[in-house]
Design a protein around this ligand. Sequence first.
Ligand SMILES: *Cc1c(COP(=O)(O)O)cnc(C)c1O
Length: 488
Amino acid sequence: MRKTIQQLEQSARLLDPSLQQRKDWNQAIHQYADNFLNDIETAKGYVTSETQGSGITDLPFSETSKNLPELLKLLDKEVDSQGINAASGAHLGYIPGGGVFPTAMGDYIAAVTNKYVGMFFASPGGVRIENQLIRWMCGLVGYPENSLGNLTSGGSIANLIAIVTARDAKEITSKKVEKAVIYLTEQVHHCVQKAIRIAGLNEAVIRYIPMDEQYKMDADYLEVQVRVDKKNGLIPFLVVGSAGTTDVGAVDPLERIGTIANEHNLWFHVDAAYGGFFLLTENIKNTDGTNLKDLFAGVELSDSLAIDPHKGLFLAYGLGAVLIKDVKSQMNAHFYRANYMQDATDFNPADEPNPADLSPELTKHYRGLRMWLPLHLFGIAPFRACLEEKILLTRYFYEEVQKIGFEVGNYPELSVAIYRFIPKDGNANVFNERLVQHLQKDGRIFVSSTNLKGIYWIRIAILSFRTHLNHIDLYLEILREAILELED
Ligand SMILES: *Cc1c(COP(=O)(O)O)cnc(C)c1O
């Protein structure tokens, strides 16, 4: 047996490369990353391709090793030079993010050290990193010091954790679901509806509250509806507000919603996945002279909030957060004990809740480091400047696009604007759809579209940290050319 073990060991040790091997690999990886980043300023936002990544499928897994330079060549061709370039400042579609470089450094260390940060016992320092980041975000939205939450893979899971917590906190057991009422608007992100279904609340009464002409929830209507529902023996328990909708970047009247929620004992959840980090801005005024941040007034009245550092803090994809004011309710909804975990769960001398007790996840990525490192390395000031720049770029675009003949939607509250071209003749929806196809084929700038009340709108969402004035000017130029071409 020892002999066989030793033979296996020889092969198994290949999984632990030597220093020299690691150096060679690191060098190749660095070279790859540098090549990618050297071109990023002028890289296209979208590249249509003939292979559609099929070279990946064509390479089977095999018993023996392959060489790194060849694999990198394949990645470059089949992955990194096709589709949306989400690292590029030319990405102005959906909600971009970017991926500040120290995210990669954090991920690298996290993967090498492989710390387990679900339990304080396993990594006291790692858990402190996660909880400190969460508390910093709680401070940003004005939650009290004893609030907490969880770092998640993104906004979708953050919203899910909040909704499950709300369900349990308000004791909506399966027997009560049919009488339970949830209030939201049609502009809520679809992941909220997905979370409602996953949470077993699909048979609850779902009330879509009408919106005003700025796509904000009509709070007066909400109040009347809650009263009517209560009178009719239903159980109103949850209202979801948006702080920055995906379609137009609208912020719901959070203060009013919070007051109504408070009065009627509803759980108030805010989806700030896109908009939340604009709370960092200081020097931007709204058209009425108030501060941009005042749009979020009342956010502190909420019980829970989803916020995405991989959007508004420009980290690479893979980091969202849920913040929950009453951490006990989050614990009640997610805590579980198992005998095989007894050493870990019983050990917590500091007041540092275990992330695993607040989430459906047990083993998970050490994801705090990818946010902790950039925040410390850069400091907060450049993030603030970058967010303020994005707001002003959006306003600049909004003014300029009108000068080249486009019709626009509402004045942008945050960094999303909608616009469309009314052609001399023909159907405007068809024309703008063709325009977007034309833009995507061109690819220098990537934008996406939406549909509001049957009208096809082109969107611009400016949130990549790499988007600057030159991208916006280029895009305006591309639009000008495209209109000439398509109107012909
Ligand atoms: C992006 C987004 C989400 C979903 O977050 P993911 O990180 O993509 O899972 C939810 N709500 C809003 C408003 C968003 O912009």
